[in-house]
Design a protein around this ligand. Sequence first.
Ligand code: TNX
Length: 522
Amino acid sequence: MKKINTFTLAITCIAVFGMAACSSEPTDMTEAGIIPKPVSVTSSGETFTLSKHTDIFPEEGSEEAARIGQFLADKLNPSTGLGLAVVSGRGKPGRGDILLELAGGDVELGDEGYELTVTARLLKITANTPAGLFYGIQTVRQLLPARVEMADKQEGPWEIPTGTIRDYPVYSYRGAMRDVARHFFGVEDIKTFIDQMAAYKMNVLHMHLSDDQGWRIEIKSWPDLALHGGMTEVGGGEGGFYTQEQYKDIVKYAQDRYITVIPEIDMPGHTNAALASYPELNTEGKSPELYTGIKVGFSTLNTRSETTYKFIDDVIGELASMTPGAYIHIGGDESLVTKHDDYVYFINRVQDIVTAHGKKVLGWDEIALATLKPNTVAQYWARSENAIKCVQQGARVLMSPARFAYLDMKYDSVSTYGLNWAGYIEVDHGYSWDPATLVPEITSENIIGIEAPLWSETVSNLQEAEYLLFPRLLGFAEIGWTPSAMRNWDDYKVRLAGQGKRMKAMGISFYPSTLVNWDHQE
Ligand code: TNX
């Protein structure tokens, strides 16, 4: 029945207006299938159309709004071919234009929210902050046909259903982690991922920069960390590292997309690459060989040597100077060969070092064994008793429960890549949990947000990584953004199906879970 109606409509359209004016695109904004699901969507049943006359008007006097306007133009121009331009400070928006307004004062929208008002005449995004405008733009992308995401020119029309969206996130920390230590991923791969995160309104990229198998960031005062410690990876490949210039480029690229990079140096365990590079960091004063296997828990820095703390002070100092964000991640997981007292002493001293460099500490949940500073955050991955201990000390928690949020777990027993020590995580399982109720003792006031880590023991290139990342990342983005009362799998799986053609258009090699009725048609 629906098909016949659409067909009849199309015929009528062609007869009355000619092809260009008509299409079967939905004009109901509530059916756009946006991920993360917005807080409220009200449809008004008309259509706004982008044309070659469309201009983008950013808030006058705001360079950042102008930059966001340009970001939108650069996203839409290749596929639409419309040559949208940003027209700072000239004239008034007219029919078919886009307005980016920094208003302030709408308390409900907060620091990251936006209101999108689309009429047949005008598309307007209002926000208190540039970040809010940026997220509004990501929503606009999803209101356009999926082919807008293609890199080359596509056929129009470029229509958007009219209505109003008011939208803001539940959590201020919506993160993903990339392990570039087990297998190295170059700058371009990471930038691609940053763009993908931004499309789904995620705002923190945690970079796991060192582990037993590799040290991936140039440290000028200890050059062999990268030069020697970075020269291999799991399986014995050539590894690699980021020069400080390259790392700063990643940080800036992320910052331009409202994503904060949090660097992690994992210690005192997971340090074989550092130990192999400098004998004086070892308890025995002797360096081990580089390591290319995937065992964990066998290495430790010498926690009772001042050389170790000089080393950490130098490393954290160089990292802090390249880190605009508030946090440095100190790892702290699986230090199985570090004695308990040594571990506690070490974590306490490293917290002081990080604080002295003006940053706050993030660490895996084991750090709860130490005396946490009030602004330290523990990342819950394995043991709820650790996370509870952290909350009891007045610190807060970042939720990354391995059995739901680990992107390196296989989807099922026949998955091509991944591990399964925390179980299989099919797309529905990864989506269907609530950070605020998972551990009864940890409530939303204790939680800064959610992060989904991708450990890279089993993946060594972009396509392999994307197989594990997508489509699950979209679910984690939604858990971080959308109120849990508005989320359920049956509704989500239909929206996710619609994202299939978008991910395809963006060039993402996602895992086509059979739980989702993928909609590849455009
Ligand atoms: C546990 S999660 C680890 C990592 C491994 C991961 C593999 C965590 C803090 N430690 O070293 O890569 O499992 O899933």
